[in-house]
Design a protein around this ligand. Structure first.
Ligand code: ZN
Length: 285
C-alpha cells in the first residue's frame, strides 16, 4: 500500500504508555468477564480463539507500558494515515447523500483499556464502541494477524481499521440500533445471524473504502487486495473455530464464514457503492 505520503489523522488517541497494569484482572473470573464483554460488544473473535485455545496467556501478560520501538511508531503512523483516508472517503460519500460524517476517534492502547463499553483486553481484538464512537486497537494485534493467523501485509492491517470504521458508519446510519432492536426480540441463533449480517456489511464497507481511496489517491499496489482478502478469510468464524476447537458450529457464528467475509469485502471493492452492501436484504449471503 502506498501510504507514507498520506495525510495523518487528528483523531488518534495514543494511550500506549498509559496501558492498564499487570494483574488488573486475573484467574477464571477474569476469563468469564472478558468473554462476556466480548460477546456483548460483538468484539472480533480472535480473542475467543486465543482465550479458548489458552495461547495468549494475556491475563498475566498484560504488557507493561515502556519505551516504544521504531516499528511501533511506524505502525502507529500507518494507522493514522489509514484513519485519515477513511475520514476523507466517508466524508465524501456522506456528503453525496447530503449527510455529515462525524469522524470517529481511534485509541491505541497496550494490554487493556477502559472504553465507554467497559474494560477491554487486547486479547479481544480490535473493536468499535458505539457509545463513545471510538475504534480501539492494540497494535500487537497486527503481530498476531501476521504470525498466528497467517495474514501479513500492510493492506491486511488497513482492512482491519476500515472494518472497524465500517461499524462506525453503521452506527451513524442507524443500522446498529435497528439490528440491536431486532436481536433483543430474537432467539440466540437468529440474533447471531443478525450479528453476522452486520459484520459482513462492515467488511463490505471496508471494501467501499478501498475502492474510493484507490480511485482518488491510488493507494493500492499489486498484491494488496489479496492481502486483505487473505486476512478476511483468516478471521472467518469457521476458520477460527476450527483452529481453536477442531470443529465448526454455524449457529454460534457471529462474524460470518471465511468465504462470506471475502465475498462481501470484494463486493464493496468492486462496486464502491454502499448500496451494494445491503447484506440484510441479499438473497444469498
Ligand atoms: Zn466487526
Amino acid at each position: 500500500m502506498r501510504w507514507t505520503g498520506g495525510r495523518r489523522s487528528d483523531n488518534v488517541e495514543d494511550q500506549r504508555r498509559s496501558g492498564v497494569g499487570k494483574g488488573t484482572i486475573g484467574g477464571i473470573i477474569g476469563v468469564l468477564i472478558i468473554l462476556a464483554i466480548g460477546l456483548l460488544m460483538g468484539a472480533d473473535p480472535v480473542s475467543l480463539l486465543s482465550t479458548i485455545a489458552g495461547e495468549s496467556g494475556s491475563l498475566d501478560g498484560i504488557s507493561q507500558p515502556g519505551a516504544l520501538s521504531a516499528a511501533d511508531n511506524e505502525s502507529a503512523d500507518f494507522v493514522s494515515v489509514v484513519l485519515a483516508d477513511t475520514e476523507d472517503t466517508w466524508q465524501e460519500i456522506f456528503a453525496q447523500q447530503g449527510r455529515v460524517y462525524e469522524q470517529p476517534k481511534l485509541v491505541l492502547f497496550s494490554g487493556g483499556v477502559d472504553s465507554a463499553c467497559g474494560f477491554a483486553e487486547s486479547a479481544m481484538g480490535p473493536f468499535y464502541c458505539p457509545t463513545d464512537q471510538k475504534v480501539y486497537i492494540d497494535l500487537d494485534f497486527y503481530r498476531e494477524l501476521k504470525d498466528q493467523l497467517g495474514a501479513p501485509g500492510d493492506f491486511a492491517q488497513a482492512y482491519v481499521i476500515a472494518h472497524e470504521v465500517g461499524h462506525h458508519v453503521q452506527n451513524l446510519l442507524g443500522t446498529s440500533d435497528q439490528v440491536q432492536r431486532l436481536q433483543s426480540q430474537s432467539d440466540e441463533s437468529t440474533a447471531n445471524r443478525y450479528s453476522v449480517l452486520l459484520e459482513l456489511q462492515a467488511d463490505c464497507y471496508a471494501g467501499v473504502w478501498a475502492n474510493h481511496a484507490d480511485t482518488s489517491r491510488h493507494i493500492i499496489e499489486a498484491g494488496d487486495i489479496e492481502e486483505a482478502m487473505n486476512a478476511a478469510s483468516k478471521i472467518g468464524d469457521d476458520t477460527l473455530q476450527k483452529q481453536s476447537q477442531g470443529y465448526v458450529v454455524p449457529d454460534s457464528f457471529t462474524h460470518g464464514t471465511s468465504a462470506q467475509r471475502v465475498k462481501w469485502f470484494k463486493t464493496g471493492i468492486d462496486s464502491g457503492e454502499i448500496g451494494s452492501c445491503d447484506t440484510f436484504n441479499a438473497t444469498v449471503v
